[in-house]
Design a protein around this ligand. Sequence first.
Ligand code: BES
Ligand code: ZN
Length: 632
Amino acid sequence: MTPYRKFLLGLGLAGSLQLGACSTQTTTTDETMTAEQLGMAQAPSDVHSFAKPAEAVARHLDLDIAVNFDQKVIAGKASYQIENKAKGNEIIFDTRGLEIEQVYLGKEQTPTTFKLGDEKEFLGRPLIIAIQPETDYVTIQYRTTANADALQWLNPQQTAGKKHPFLFTQSQAILARTWIPIQDSPGIRITYSAKVQVPKELMAVMSAENPQQKNSSGSYTFEMRQAIPSYLMALSVGDMVFKPIGQQTGIYAEPATIDAAVYEFAEMDKMLVAAEKLYGKYRWDRYDLLVLPPSFPFGGMENPRLTFVTPTVLAKDRSLTSLIAHELAHSWSGNLVTNGTWDDFWLNEGFTVYFERRIMEEIYGKDYADMLNVLGYQDLQHTLEDLGQTSDDTRLKLDLEGRDPDEGLTDIAYEKGNFFLQNIERVVGRERFDQFLNKYFQTFAFQSTNTDLFLDFLRKELIQGDEKIAEQINIEGWVYTPGLPEDHAKPTSKRFAQVEESFKAWQSGKPANQLQTKDWSSHEWLHFIRMLPEQMSQQQLAELDKAFGFTNSGNSEVLAAWFIHTIRNNYAAADQALDNFLTNVGRRKFLVPIYKALAATPAGKKKAQEIYVRAKPNYHAVSTNTLDAMLK
Ligand code: BES
Ligand code: ZN
């Protein structure tokens, strides 16, 4: 059995205290209750971290590192202000594939002894450092190795500019420990400062206060005054420039990409206004984007103050910007109020999807948000089929012990989480639900939460003993039961109803080029493509392609959905485009279904393996870990 630790209170308070001392607007109001005041201080420990924060916990990190592109190594010192709560003789950090060279105690840097525990699959090795009861500062001198899965080192050929190398990190879920020795649990928060030395021609940015210009020394300093969990530690180094969007918002990208990005994301300021109107002040000062090279394994990553984003959303028509709304929403759900363990992942992603759709509704109207909900519902149905309707992994509250969290984090958290929250909204009304969410973000700001804490808050603030409401909200059915509650409301979309009409007309023989498709956004096209039957003739595929130009589409969502059909039906005219896509794009969400479709037949699998060998150097470890298993 896992031991229960009392970690929430201390950490939550630390967050507020650290904030009180900094320059943001954050204050602790009377309304702000700590977890313990709420009578819920007992929280399960994090099975994905070796740290014992109830005994000795890190509060602040001073990072001093150099980034060496020739050796593909980050080396330097991670110094921590610590609180030795138990006044014991050790503090434990997480490491994976790190070389630990030396450890020192105190500001005077007295060498101390340390040991690396046994390697555990996915988790790496605990770094156990000998300390004194009064120790308040430890310094770890370390270097990364070729096994640093968080890091992707790109050679110039893999960038848009083709002249300079590029580096970026991806720490979520438990990869921060592969580039920094750290207490790598989302239940632990630290503030940080960093000094990063990079080649003179490059610039460095972090999930912190950032430079807006290159300097001539290649030495950059950073400050992150708001306490964050380790999975939000982020660094990127490359030839990049900054351009502002609004007062508080802007974009970092390679010079070759910046103008396209500025056009695509021109509405990010509007999104920030909409988000603040919904759930209160943005607490992180600036909100900027970093557009990465196409190998970035995700659509977006909500690194605080600086969202990392894939260039595959540069569709030239602003049609895929709900992704920005999503990452921005994480500034509340996730970064401000954080899932305490990866078993509670839905608290990050389900809330964020709900919030994302609300932002999109605010800006583009209900009909637009409805389309996103229907597409999300389709994704959810696929995931339920994939995992099996009765799989425990289809519950919102997960049990990932003994597994790589990356494997268990699926669309369930995103879409089932979203539909659960939409269900509560329906039951209590939007106004009450918004008040409730505002209070939730206030109450748990800069703290970690978990499913039980949220549900207690829900009962106390919203259900308030009303049995009818409790029954309609159906916590048991949504949170602890596999699949979807039978009586759940299915989302519908007016704009999609029109797509369905055109689709039916085509099925009954109307030529594709005469279909009603005027003003369709990429969402409508996606819906159309998803409705296509499994078996299609060459003639049908060619007809659609000729009428709508799918194979040459500049829209990554449309392309990725189209390829599933061209693969299934051996439509050779799309082969070259497919090859290009797979060798350039590293976004796992696209790669997995495409390679899966290829691998469904023996001939296809051979082709997949042949492409994979060539494409793999362009993929991040997050993607290759999944694909290796699939294509072996
Ligand atoms: N935080 C996630 C990405 C993530 C999740 C990284 C789990 C590692 C482990 C991010 O906010 C996200 O959800 N990205 C989505 C986009 C979104 C619009 C659904 C993605 O990358 O596709
Ligand atoms: Zn997300």
